[in-house]
Design a protein around this ligand. Structure first.
Ligand SMILES: Nc1ncnc2c1ncn2[C@@H]1O[C@H](COP(=O)(O)OP(=O)(O)OP(=O)(O)O)[C@@H](O)[C@H]1O
Ligand SMILES: [Mg+2]
Length: 191
């Protein structure tokens, strides 16, 4: 990376490529530390959830289909910097699980994913991940957070149970499936 970044001084294309690779490398570094964070006391630090959500949206945006069965991702922040005490590595994992599920739900048809953040009047933050896919059938709503529950061929049913554990146990927050007429909407509430 350093060699590439050095060369980038004279070559704009190399500089842009090096910047992307640096971002991916930093993400991989955080991903590599995910599991070890689960079993330990949470390392809570100030996390600006608007920055985190922007970064995750950017990551997925450059990886979802854009030519056929297009998936669009947009982000809305109701407030400026929105800082909570949290474990960035784990919170990022939670939002990635939700966005990944939304992408899965839209696969083959395309659709829209809306990420949003807002300050809660009583303090803390709410992060919402909403898609306009088929949604979760009413009778399955209580089961989606169960470990091992999956409706996907080859699905592990791990994502939501893990995400809920991170939000509830490590952050004393709440992860919920919001009742909606269309699509699926998940709220992460943090203090
Ligand atoms: N956005 C969504 N739209 C529709 N159904 C969803 C959505 N998110 C989750 N689900 C349902 O909840 C189930 C459980 O999700 P979870 O992420 O825990 O497991 P999975 O995606 O099936 O497998 P994996 O462990 O690989 O993520 C899914 O199989 C799906 O039926
Ligand atoms: Mg999943």
């Amino acid at each position: 990376m350093e060699l590439l970044e050095d060369r980038g001084d004279s070559d704009p294309a190399a500089r842009a490529m090096a910047a992307h690779m640096r971002t991916d490398l930093e993400r991989l570094d955080r991903v590599a530390h995910r599991f070890e964070r689960i079993g330990h006391d949470p390392k809570l630090e100030p996390v600006d959830v608007t920055v985190m959500v922007d970064r995750i949206a950017g990551y997925f945006r450059s990886r979802v289909p854009t030519l056929a069965n297009t998936i669009t991702i947009d982000v809305t922040h109701a407030d400026g910097p929105l800082v909570v005490q949290g474990d960035l590595v784990l919170l990022e994992w939670v939002i990635e699980v939700l966005v990944k599920n939304a992408v899965d739900a839209l696969a083959g048809h395309g659709g829209h994913i809306a990420l949003s953040t807002r300050m809660r009047p009583e303090g803390g933050a709410c992060i919402r991940v909403a898609d306009d896919g088929p949604g979760v059938p009413r009778d399955l709503r209580v089961r989606v957070f169960d470990p091992g529950f999956s409706t996907k061929e080859g699905g592990w049913g791990i994502g939501l149970s893990l995400a809920r554990r991170i939000v509830h146990e490590n952050h004393h927050g709440r992860l919920s499936l919001v009742p909606t007429e269309r699509g699926a909407t998940f709220d992460v509430t943090l203090h």
